[in-house]
Design a protein around this ligand. Sequence first.
Ligand code: ADP
Length: 164
Amino acid sequence: MARKFVRAVFPGSFDPITNGHLDVIERSIKLFDELIIAVGKSPIKNQLFTPSERVEMIEEITQKRQMPGVLVESFDGLTVKYAAKKKADVILRGLRSLTDVHYEFQLAMTNRAVAGIETVFVMTSERYGFTSSTLIREIASLGGDLSNLIPENVYNRLKKRLKK
Ligand code: ADP
């Protein structure tokens, strides 16, 4: 039987993208034929980078690391509507710990109930189990060294942004 082409959408705020997100992306490339990293435009609390800045940073990384089949876009509104528009087969979400499971489980069940779309979870490396964009923003604002937790281009942009 011919193998089905599988397209996944990875939605998130990615403000900014971290090595944890990238770990999930790199693991997922092996599972899907196409992966769309979808940066949500909906206003988030304490937004640091605009959606287009976030897309730009992610594109710099996907181009540098040569990730075929990986696309980056921003989107507005409901994730399931965007996923349907893109003809995505699944939604991808990353898991760091059991704490994530509670929220992600609810989200996945709701998305399946309203749109019939399945969610695939990929666990991040233990190394990034404690990394969150929120903490990155906080540590950066206090001048901490984040070079192990975020890619270099993001680190440089953060430093520039926080100097302003
Ligand atoms: P959202 O606001 O939609 O949760 P995020 O950008 O915070 O957006 O996260 C997007 C996805 O990546 C979520 O599934 C989240 O659980 C996952 N994620 C966040 N940080 C990490 C990490 N360090 N390792 C693996 N997955 C992560």
